[in-house]
Design a protein around this ligand. Structure first.
Ligand code: NAP
Length: 280
């Protein structure tokens, strides 16, 4: 399943729709410290904003920045009318309380869908929140290939707040029967073998091999790992799993670009709500 192609299509559509808005959607990204991977992600988000015709601002702060200064910045951005979405790039350097900072973002500007109000809406099936970016990107990609979770056995590997738990919520909301596995799950291979749709979000290269996968299963690899040669790869052993799966996402070019496209969709939706116009 080609996430790169669908992400490009989604961003193209957003550009067209954005041109009709009275002002550009605005995204503010806060980066603290000098983690190279975070810098790469933030650069990518800036490029995505340019492609979609959005306004973007970037705040690059030194690793020693005080919590109070970050809270003051979030407070200022919360009050700005030209900023529709605020994103704090994770992970934050030690000593900063990410939960407290994420909770300070106004729920209507929480385009990453980390605020308890939006997480609560997601898990209780209420509308009006945001779709979490990585799991939302997975669902869009499945739908693009005509795949729905309805009536399917779905197995999610990983139970993080960023990927595993919201992934399970979206699959369940679409009437999938969902099993969530984690580091304490016994007999992972046997759980995986039950999956019509298998989503792996663990961060362990080579965790999922062909012998664990049911013939014809849909396999989504969310992970972004580096192999021994330093090459980007996922959890799934592509060679053996490709022989069994009916659909499979590559790494790179699968869920990574879809995550970023969903962030752009959320920012556009936030702007539409702030401007009181229909997103369609
Ligand atoms: P995380 O917070 O480290 O969570 C990893 C999860 O995997 C935990 O729930 C952990 O279980 C579980 N786990 C660890 N070892 C396991 C094992 N042997 N068998 C089954 N489960 C196991 O990571 P994350 O933030 O969710 O990210 C997961 C992966 O996705 C990473 O590779 C990350 O880089 C990638 N990612 C990609 C995107 C994207 O845009 N494509 C976005 C976000 C994350 P416990 O809870 O028991 O510890």
């Amino acid at each position: 399943m080609d996430g790169k192609a669908l992400a490009a299509k989604e961003k193209g559509l957003l550009k067209e729709k954005t041109a009709k808005l009275p002002r550009k959607p605005g995204l503010a990204v806060i980066l603290v410290g000098d983690d190279p991977a975070s810098r790469t992600y933030v650069n990518g988000k800036r490029r995505d904003c340019e492609e979609c015709g959005f306004y973007s601002e970037e705040y690059t702060m030194p690793a020693g920045t005080e919590q109070a200064d970050l809270l003051a910045l979030i407070d200022e951005l919360n009050g700005r009318e030209d900023i529709d979405g605020i994103l704090v790039q994770l992970p934050l350097p030690n000593g900063l309380d990410s939960r407290c900072l994420l909770d300070a973002i106004r729920p209507d500007k929480d385009v990453d869908c980390f605020h308890p109000v939006n997480v609560g809406k997601l898990f209780s099936g209420q509308t009006g929140g945001f779709v979490p970016c990585t799991p939302g990107g997975v669902m869009d990609l499945l739908h693009e290939y005509g795949i729905t979770a309805k009536g399917k056995n779905c197995v999610v590997l990983g139970r993080s707040n960023i990927v595993g738990k919201p992934m399970a919520a979206l699959l369940l909301a679409e009437d999938g029967t969902v099993t969530v596995c984690h580091s304490r799950t016994p007999d992972l291979a046997q759980k995986c073998a039950t999956a019509d749709i298998l989503v792996s979000a663990v961060g362990k290269t080579g965790l999922v091999t062909g012998d664990m996968v049911k013939e014809g299963a849909v396999v989504v690899d969310v992970a972004m790992n580096r192999n021994a040669e330093g090459k980007l790869c996922g959890d799934v052993d592509m060679e053996t799993v490709a022989q069994k799966a009916s659909f499979l996402t590559p790494v790179p070019g699968g869920i990574g670009p879809m995550t970023r496209a969903t962030l752009m969709c959320n920012t556009y939706r936030a702007a539409c709500r702030h401007l009181n116009v229909s997103p369609d």
